[in-house]
Design a binder for this molecule. Structure first.
Ligand code: G6P
Length: 608
């Protein structure tokens, strides 16, 4: 989820690359760098921090040259610091690479390359690429790149320059977007149209398995499998700049909702091993012993992350048979809780900066507990403070209302619970069933997104109401809370989430024909019970909107019904939350709200 820009043309490369990085900054902003070919060799400048810091560095130490590559990073492997920033160079500083994606066999490749005399300077998987390409010796560069990429497992969008081949750039793509921009006497490459649009609207989108080789005289697209040239498929970009940074979506929130098949796959990537039979969470290696002897787990979080924590607590008790609960960080930190050293405290946070969650983890540390983080932002305060953790790898979330981070949190919590369960006697059949279900999730989410217009139509039927009830039981109870929170945040409509079972202890008094009651009722263990709660709503004239899974017989009972694919009970929240995100989004838009920047809310609450 980082940004790449490359340039070759008549002008100085550095200012063009810097401008491009500024436009890509929304994709990642913890470190940045560029490499420029100056006719004799490569000049590399890298900084930790925002693009501004790179601009400053270039003022102090300018580079000259008319071709170069640049990158703004959103850390996945390795802390955000200067050494881990891109571009990465090989030992002789003859090859520079910028990379988006994950090299899954980086550890193995690194061992072999070290044996062959390559010296590594960073903790990143990406640096392997620079050494691997250099290890293929002979120019031309594009042949060395294609030979190197044959040895790589994982995903990549890369741009490469060489000290030996002035004004030539090689790009390649597998699973991470890259496009080539054809300007007048200049050629650009970027991970994202927003960096190219100011220069040209004529672009070629690289397909997976393709490579682009270009200099000022032109661009060849090569199929890496056959090593044969393919036709230039030139397309015209119609988006304006702002639309481009939102990937063509009208709001970041909608873009992030639609990114979920990709972000869920990214959370899973490299973590299901052994031919689909086991889970590997590399970030937990150092605390393996504490996890083995843990007698209790407490999740602590705020907002949407707290909802994920509640699902995590249910999961952990079910799969690992270990007492688990979730606490609002803001309450828990002031409560003088009973904490023993064999309690594991897990902070869940998209930003990794929420002040209350950070303080709750500090408290747990002071009491001698092992602390973990389930965090999206690599190198954030909570990630640094905890003893170990699991990163979400969902990419920057910009819409204030959390969407893709939530589904990735549930996925990460499932992986964690399977890991814990395995140590505590969870059967390999059940692990297998869960891993199969996890693997199927991205496609299942895509199937729901393909029917987004049905939710948009539902939103237009409901947008006039001023009060909503959301109900669910079991794993769907936190989904009901999350659905209601989304609607409140985005559309300023009053919405309350309850356990469907608790309805008769109060909320049932609110139900009449003006009250849409949204029931999350997938075919899970709670289904028969929820069914009677739905009948209670209907008997009181409530307008029943049901989200269920396949197959169900709810069409008659419900006034509105949306059905998602089925999966194991604990993963149904990933599927049932997607229509609720879309519903909140569309009601917000229909009511004229600024959904990306809802009033009074902040993306990251760094004060108490
Ligand atoms: C804010 C955001 C929410 C988010 C919560 C926790 O209130 O508006 O969307 O769920 O903070 O944030 P975190 O970054 O810790 O997950």
């Amino acid at each position: 989820m980082c940004g790449i820009i490359a340039y070759v043309g008549p002008d100085e490369a550095a200012p063009v690359l810097l401008k491009g990085l500024e436009r890509l900054e929304y994709r990642g902003y913890d470190s940045a760098g560029m490499a420029v070919q100056n006719g004799r060799g490569l000049e590399v400048r890298r900084v930790c921090g925002r693009i501004e810091a790179l601009t400053q560095r270039l003022r102090e130490a300018p580079v000259a040259g008319t071709s170069g590559i640049a990158h703004t990073r959103w850390a996945t492997h390795g802390e955000p610091n200067e050494l881990n920033a891109h571009p990465h160079v090989d030992t002789a500083r003859a090859i520079a690479v910028v990379h988006n994606g994950i090299i899954e066999n980086a550890d193995l490749l690194r061992v072999e390359l070290r044996r062959r005399g390559h010296e590594f300077r960073s903790e990143t998987d990406s640096e392997v690429l620079a050494h691997l390409i250099a290890d293929q010796h002979d120019p031309p560069l594009h042949l060395a790149v294609s030979r190197a990429l044959r040895l790589v497992e994982g995903t990549f969008g890369i741009a490469v320059i060489s000290a030996l081949e002035p004004d030539r750039i090689v790009c390649a793509r597998k699973g991470s977007p890259l496009m080539i921009g054809l300007g007048r006497g200049a050629i650009y490459a970027a991970s994202d149209a927003s960096a190219i649009i100011p220069h040209t609207r004529r672009v070629v989108y690289l397909d997976d398995g393709e490579m682009a080789v270009f200099d000022t005289s032109g661009c060849d697209i090569v199929n890496m499998e056959a090593m044969s040239r393919v036709d230039l498929r030139v397309e015209q970009i119609e988006w304006d700049l702002e639309e481009a940074s939102r990937g063509g979506y009208p709001h970041y929130m909608l873009k992030e909702i639609h990114e979920q098949p990709e972000t869920i796959a990214s959370t899973l990537r490299g973590r299901i091993v052994g031919g689909g039979e086991a889970v590997r969470l590399g970030g937990l290696r150092e605390v393996a012993d504490s996890l083995k002897t843990a007698r209790r787990v407490i999740f602590t979080a705020c907002g949407t992350s707290w909802h994920a924590g509640q699902i995590g607590a249910y999961l952990l008790e079910e799969l690992a048979r270990i007492p688990a609960s979730v606490e609002y960080a803001s309450e828990w930190r002031y409560r003088d809780p009973v904490l023993e050293p064999d309690t594991v405290v897990i902070g869940i946070s998209q930003s990794g900066e929420t002040a209350d969650t950070l303080a709750a983890i500090e408290l747990a540390k002071r009491r001698g507990c092992t602390t973990l983080g389930i965090i999206n932002t690599v190198g954030s305060s909570i990630a640094r403070l905890t003893d170990a953790g699991v990163y979400l790898h969902a990419g920057p979330e910009i819409g204030v209302a959390s969407t893709k981070a939530f589904t990735s949190q549930v996925v990460a919590l499932t992986l964690f619970s399977l890991c814990m369960g395995r140590r505590r006697g969870l059967s390999s059949e059940l692990i297998h069933e869960y891993l199969e279900a996890l693997t199927a999730l991205p496609d299942q989410v895509q199937k729901i997104l393909d029917r987004a217009d049905e939710i948009e139509a539902l939103a237009s039927r409901l947008a006039g109401h001023d009060n909503f009830l959301y109900l669910g039981r079991g794993y769907s109870f936190p989904v009901a809370l999350e659905g209601a929170l989304k609607l409140k945040e985005i559309s300023y409509v009053h919405a309350e989430g309850f356990s469907a079972a608790e309805m008769k202890h109060g909320p049932i008094a609110l139900i009449d024909e003006d009250m849409p009651v949204l029931v999350v009722a997938p075919r899970d263990a709670s289904y028969p019970k929820v069914l009677s709660n739905m009948q209670e709503v209907k008997a009181r004239g409530g307008h029943l909107v049901t989200i269920s899974s396949e197959p169900n017989g709810l069409a008659e009972l419900s006034d509105e019904l949306f059905t998602v694919p089925h999966t194991v009970d604990a993963l149904l929240p990933v599927l049932t939350s997607v229509p609720l995100q879309l519903l909140a989004y569309h009601i917000g838009v229909l009511r004229g709200c600024d959904v990306d920047k809802p009033r009074n809310l902040a993306k990251s609450v760094t004060v108490e």
